[in-house]
Design a protein around this ligand. Structure first.
Ligand code: KG4
Length: 339
């Protein structure tokens, strides 16, 4: 019998619950939080309160959509970290209460590991191909930019990571400078479609190994605009699309240069993409070019599994369930949990 796992995700500003049976996803409900929009970023205190309001209705809906009753659930898996402490506390406390009430195993999940394992979520109607081990995963989100060497489901190694800002942060912060609302990444992507990626050139960092840095790009973007706006107050408005296209190209080039180098060094051709920034059309395009140019097999998850979601928590829960990796009621959230 395939186990039925309830996954709970509440690490940042999305409250999510999902039901998975074996590796087949039966439901994945995500409640976003509009409350942060007017502040230009996530306000931790408000996020915790919204999770508190959302968690029960979200779990109810996930069970209803899946046609599953609480008595059918084999185990509950929850995001232990990394994330915002107040937000993590809501999901952790819910999961502990649920497991205690039903006397079922409790499984802690590392949110970053879950982003990587999202590739293994299968849909009820059609099975898709999954990466073969070992594979490389470029994990790019609002909080992380890492190249992960994935040896096995639960054995991963970071071989490169950002030493300052994450790629998503670079998108969002630069978007703010040109007057776009938070989160600016998707808007930059949209405007970039109409712009010339070669219009402007921004500096790329020179960092050793497979590590990344994005704070210098943000500063050079800011100074470039400041200098040009002095000469022409309408500079940003008149060149918005070109600015977005050139910025996007620079970020994608930075990400891809290191990934290509890592693939060459390790000899690995199974290459996966994960995290919220994987929605970026320029990055997806660059991955497809990698397939042609370097003979890679590329894996890009469905959009709904790239942003924060509980389906990825549930699939990770499944792999831990199979190994009986359970935790006790004394478990507490871990805001700075590393991969
Ligand atoms: O993984 P994720 O949902 O959660 C966090 O880590 O917070 O990633 C969100 C990040 C944000 O920085 C957002 O701007 C970025 O992913 N993002 C994008 C696109 N869609 C989302 N960045 C560039 N292009 C996109 N299409």
């Amino acid at each position: 019998m395939n186990p039925i796992i309830l996954g709970i995700e509440s690490s940042c500003d999305d409250t999510s619950a999902a039901i998975i049976k074996g590796d087949i996803i039966l439901s994945n409900v995500v409640a976003g939080q509009k409350v942060h929009e007017e502040y230009g970023g996530v306000v931790p205190e408000l996020a915790s309160r919204a999770h508190q309001q959302n968690i029960i209705p979200v779990v109810h809906k996930a069970m209803k959509d899946a046609g599953v009753k609480s008595g059918d659930v084999s185990a509950v898996a929850f995001t232990r970290g990394p994330g915002l402490m107040g937000s993590l506390l809501v999901g952790t406390s819910f999961a502990k209460g649920f497991a205690l009430a039903l006397d079922i195993p409790l499984i802690e999940v590392n949110h970053l590991q879950a982003h990587v394992l999202a590739h293994f979520i299968q849909e009820p109607d059609q099975k898709h191909e999954v990466p073969e081990f070992p594979f490389l995963c470029l994990l790019v989100s609002g909080g992380n930019s890492q190249i992960v060497l994935v040896h096995d489901f639960l054995h991963m190694e970071i071989i490169g990571q950002t030493i300052d800002d994450a790629a998503g942060e670079a998108f969002d912060k630069c978007a703010k400078v040109i007057g776009l609302p938070y989160p600016g990444g998707p808007l930059i992507d949209k405007l970039a479609q109409e712009g010339d990626p070669e219009a402007f050139e921004f500096s790329k960092p020179r960092i050793a190994n497979f590590d990344y840095s994005f704070s210098g790009l943000k500063t050079s973007f800011l100074y470039f605009l400041r200098d040009n706006v002095k000469k022409d107050p309408d500079f940003i408005e008149r060149h918005k699309n070109d600015l977005c296209a050139s910025l996007q190209k620079t970020i994608v080039d930075i990400l891809m240069d290191k990934l290509i180098a890592a693939a060459k060094k390790t000899g690995i051709k199974e290459i996966a993409l994960a995290g919220g920034v994987s929605a970026n059309s320029g990055l997806r395009q660059a991955f497809m070019e990698g397939e042609e140019k370097y003979g890679w097999n590329i894996y890009i998850p469905k959009f709904g599994y790239t942003t924060d979601n509980a389906a990825m928590i549930a699939i990770t829960g499944l792999f831990k369930y199979q190994k009986k990796e359970f935790v006790g009621q004394e478990v507490a959230p871990f805001a700075r949990m590393a991969l």
